[in-house]
Ligand binder design. Structure first.
Ligand SMILES: Cc1cc2nc3c(=O)[nH]c(=O)nc-3n(C[C@H](O)[C@H](O)[C@H](O)COP(=O)(O)OP(=O)(O)OC[C@H]3O[C@@H](n4cnc5c(N)ncnc54)[C@H](O)[C@@H]3O)c2cc1C
Length: 703
């Protein structure tokens, strides 16, 4: 980039970010500015149509538009921005390989919307479906189809009605649209099922005020409420949900509404990148100057749902709607262009065009330029307006065609489940490749055949991630998330070239439930990995993290054995040198294996002859630490592998031996330098002892 060329970075490819990027790329020449748009998905989501996806009126692909096709002159990056460094005018983002990178900007536009927060009501996060993303809409549609299939084969009438009861919490636009769509879908589908009828279906919309749709005028609210009730939606008004359970929702006041599906359209929180920003907010929204610049900033702007912008038109804070987000995007871009051209900026000002809401049953309410419309005509207008708001002609044709099709033919009831084919396979990874990423859904179980991996956990404080363990051949990972069916809590990255055996979820479940040794090994590993041995001794763990391994490393135990050395020779070496183990190396430098007295005795018991070479009974390619690892990693690896000592190699990618680290030295160091609590609180000591101590005296660090 030349010195004069400015970089404008936009975080968020929603309505606000896309309008801003488009206006900037049209208003500035390429040699004047580079516009970079970060969005964690590669598409814009047209959220007003998400309820149509739930109701099977539209396909999920109809409501998304690829950003790079929409914004051909903008550099679109499908990456997540983690933090904003206002002082340095830089953002930190996570690149595809998990590395944290920085990028400088001349102007930054924060347009990252908000995220769903179901924790506002106890139990809601566990039992309710949110409706914010395309994934949410697809998951909800799939669940509704599954409920109908279950109801069809359910022999108990009461249970069947429970399966066919859908509770929608929140009577705003998204709640009313979702309730209307679900009601239409399930009732119109009843004719294809033999075991339930339209009368068994119940859709309940719970709202905290006297009427639903507070955003529109009272006469339209009244119409919407009556129309929805006539179509079969029960309205529960002036009611607040106090709890959600697998059986339904409890209301403040004690009433309980039973139902097999809860959809929650209320509750939002600031996007994490906004949460981490040290800037003034109100109710989680960034406060801005009238021209949309972040308070006290010259080159950072905030627009859309994440910002609280006062509308100069009426002096009121802008509502969180797509309509306002788009206008803010356009006007913010115009202000940035004015700044680059040395002109004065203008305050945000917009007179809203109207409100539109579809309420199901081919009916809608519309307040357009002061004209109030309702019923089928309003529904027709609603569809027309949204069709032309879609950002590309391809989408307009596609959506228009799908809608026309549904006027003539029934909704599609196919219930496609994302169940990948079961598989057992082998996979190869190069150093630095991620095998599992934190927060990924659980799909596979892995056994390391060759090489080493490191387990890395990131946190909001440490985005680069902390290496918490190193695993080598014979170790396995991925079991915890599979067994609990929860997202991965840590990433696993190849440290050396790695070969892994990959087992699909179903194969893993079948084998682990029938093969007792695997089940026992899993139970032990889960127990070992679940306990945080340093929980009660954080100062000891901090000390280990600060201490480079080199500080406690001991020389490589001598002599090094050759892989060809005969069993009898190895026996002599143990007698002569009194070692507990020897490292094996063919060139006198590279670690090929380790041999212990136990290996020797086992080989003899298995009938090995005195001439049997060492490489036939040693542990080949044992897990090794690198000299630049810290002592906290060493303590975790020692515990995981249940060893008293570990080899240390020069670097992660080489196997050149440089020393060894012993558990007794590690613990003696901790006892000497960190205040370890009273004897009964020494969980870490006992846990490590359980892992690595074979007959060690923990009261005597020198043992
Ligand atoms: C179901 C539903 C129905 C709705 N119906 C209507 C309606 O009928 N009319 C109306 O006007 N409004 C409606 N809205 C509201 C409207 O969708 C929002 O007001 C609008 O989308 C806000 O636009 P935005 O650009 O601020 O944020 P969003 O559209 O939420 O876009 C923000 C984008 O930023 C991305 N992002 C966030 N953080 C990061 C990060 N750190 N790094 C990279 N990317 C990031 C997000 O993934 C997202 O793609 C509805 C909303 C929903 C959920």
């Amino acid at each position: 980039m030349t010195n004069d060329k400015k970089r404008i970075v936009i975080i968020g490819g929603g309505f606000a970010g896309v309008q801003c990027a488009g206006t900037l790329s049209r208003g500035l020449a390429r040699d004047q500015a580079e516009v970079v748009l970060f969005n964690d998905e590669n598409h814009l989501v047209f959220s007003p149509l998400l309820a149509e996806v739930v109701g099977s009126s539209l396909s999920p692909l109809d409501v998304v538009v690829p950003l790079r096709q929409l914004l051909p002159d903008v550099l679109c990056r499908t990456e997540t921005v983690r933090t904003i460094d206002l002082a340095a005018s830089e953002i930190e983002y996570e690149s595809d390989d998990g590395e944290i990178q920085r990028l400088g900007y001349h102007h930054l536009v924060i347009a990252c919307g908000s995220v769903t927060n179901l924790n506002v009501v106890p139990g809601m996060a566990d039992h309710a479906f949110p409706l914010k993303t395309v994934g949410d809409a697809v998951a909800l549609r799939s669940h509704i189809m599954a409920q109908m299939e279950r109801a069809e084969v359910c022999p108990h009438p009461e249970r069947r009605r429970w399966l066919l009861t859908f509770i929608v919490v929140g009577g705003g636009f998204s709640g009313a649209e979702a309730a209307g769509e679900i009601n239409d879908l399930v009732r119109s589908s009843a004719r294809y099922f033999k075991n339930f009828h339209r009368e068994d279906v119940r859709v309940t919309l719970i709202h905290s005020r006297e009427q639903i749709l507070p955003e529109i005028s009272p006469d339209l609210r009244d119409f919407a409420g009556k129309k929805m009730e006539k179509a079969g939606v029960s309205l529960v008004l002036n009611a607040r949900v106090a709890s959600a359970t697998p059986e339904g929702v409890g209301l403040q006041g004690g009433q309980f509404i039973h139902g097999g599906t809860i959809v929650c359209t209320v509750g939002s929180a600031p996007s994490p990148v906004v949460g981490r920003l040290a800037a003034p907010t109100e109710k989680g929204r960034l406060l801005t100057e009238p021209d949309m610049r972040l308070r006290d900033s010259k080159n950072v702007w905030a627009i859309g749902d994440c910002a609280l912008i006062v509308n100069a038109h009426d002096g009121q804070p802008s509502p969180t709607t797509g309509q306002f987000a788009e206008r803010q995007g356009t006007q913010c871009a115009q202000n940035i262009i004015r700044v680059l051209q040395g002109q004065a900026t203008r305050p945000f000002s917009f007179s809203k065009l109207g409100e539109l809401c579809s309420i199901g049953g081919h009916s809608a309410v519309a307040d357009l330029f002061g004209f109030h419309l309702s019923g089928f005509f309003a529904w027709f207008v609603w569809r027309g307006v949204y069709l032309f708001k879609l950002p590309s002609w391809a989408h307009r044709f596609q959506v228009g065609f799908d809608w026309a099709w549904l006027l003539l033919f029934p909704r599609d009831l196919a219930h496609v489940r994302a169940r990948p084919t079961d598989r057992v396979s082998h996979a190869h990874y190069q150093p630095g490749d991620f095998i599992i990423r934190q927060n990924d859904p659980p799909l596979n179980f892995y056994v390391i055949e060759q090489g080493e991996v490191e387990v890395v956990r990131s946190s909001p404080r440490d985005q680069n991630g902390e290496v918490i363990a190193v695993l080598g051949p014979g170790s396995f990972f991925g079991e915890k998330a599979l067994l609990s069916n929860e997202p991965r809590v840590a990433s696993v990255r190849a440290r050396t070239p790695v070969e892994v055996l990959v087992m699909g979820k179903n194969v893993f479940t079948q084998i682990s439930s029938t093969l007792t040794p695997l089940r026992d090994a899993l139970a032990q590993a889960l127990n070992r990995r679940r306990v945080d041995v340093w929980k009660d001794e954080p100062q000891a763990y901090e000390l280990l993290k600060r201490t480079p391994l080199k500080e406690l490393m001991e020389p490589v135990p001598q002599p090094l054995l050759k892989p060809t050395a005969a069993l009898a020779e190895v026996g002599h070496a143990f007698v002569e040198h009194g070692n507990e183990f020897f490292y094996v190396s063919s060139d006198g430098q590279t670690l090929d294996g380790v041999v212990t007295i136990t290996d020797l005795l086992r080989a003899r018991a298995a009938g090995a002859a005195a001439q049997t070479p060492t490489n036939q009974f040693m542990t080949a390619n044992p897990v090794a630490l690198a000299a630049d690892d810290d002592c906290a990693v060493a303590s975790n690896v020692i515990r995981e592998c249940r060893l008293k000592a570990l080899p240390v190699v020069e670097r992660k990618d080489t196997r050149k031996l440089v020393g060894c680290i012993r558990v007794r030295r590690l613990l003696a160091y901790v006892f000497k330098h960190a205040v370890i609590g009273a004897p009964d609180s020494c969980q870490a000591r006992n846990q490590l002892a359980g892992g690595a101590g074979r007959g060690m005296d923990w009261n005597n660090p020198a043992s």
